[in-house]
Write a protein that binds this ligand. Sequence first.
Ligand code: C5P
Length: 215
Amino acid sequence: MTVIAIDGPAGSGKSTIARLLAERLDFQYLDTGAMYRAVALAVHRKNLDPNDEESVRKLLPTLSIDLRGDRTFLNAEDVSHLIRTPEIDLLASTVSKLPCVREFLTKLQRDFAEGRDIVAEGRDMGTVVFPEAPYKFFLTASPEERARRRKKQLETQGEKVLYETILYQIKSRDKQDSGRSIAPLKVAKNAVVVDTTGKTIEEVLTEIIRSMDRG
Ligand code: C5P
C-alpha cells in the first residue's frame, strides 16, 4: 500500500490535481471531502442540528458511504451532485468539527486504503489519517484565486453565485477548518508546500511528480 497525501484549503486545486495524479500513476483516488459532504447531506435530510453531537452520533451507524470512481453513494443512492452545493459546503465544514464524525470517517478512509495504492485528498491526510504516508503535499492558493475558481466551477454546474459571496464563504470555511480543535487544516511534517496561484494544472502536476522523483 502506497499513500500519496494531498491536503489544502477549498479551491486550492487539490481535487483536480489528486484525480489526475491518481489517473497517471494508476492509483485509486480517495476524495475524503466527499465523505464529509455525504454525512452533511444526511444530517440535512434528517433536519438535525449539525452542532448537536449526540444526535449526529446516533445517525452515523445508519449510514453507508461508498466511493466508486468519481461517484459518491449514500446508502446506495448516488448523491454526487447533491453534495456539491454552497449549503453543503458550509454544513460539511460544520459537521467535520464533531469528533464522532472524524472518528467514523477516519476509519472508513483507512479501510479504503487497505491493500491499495491511493492518492488521498482532504484536510488531515498527512497529519492524522495517514501520518506515515511517504509522499505528502500541501496545496495552497490565495483566497481570491480560489474564489474565482469556485465561481467558475459553480457556473459550469449552472449555478450563479456572486464572487463576493463565494470569497466570504471561502474565508469562513478556512477559518472554521483551520481553527477547529481536532484535525485542523495545517501543513503536515515533511509535506511539500505547493502554491498553485497563477499556475496551470499541468505545471502543478509536473512540480508534484518531480518532487516525488527526487524522493
Ligand atoms: O474538500 P471539500 O471541500 O469537498 O471538503 C468539504 C469539507 O469537509 C471541508 O470544508 C472540511 O471541513 C471537511 N473535510 C475535513 N477533512 C477532510 C476532508 C474534508 O474536515 N479530510
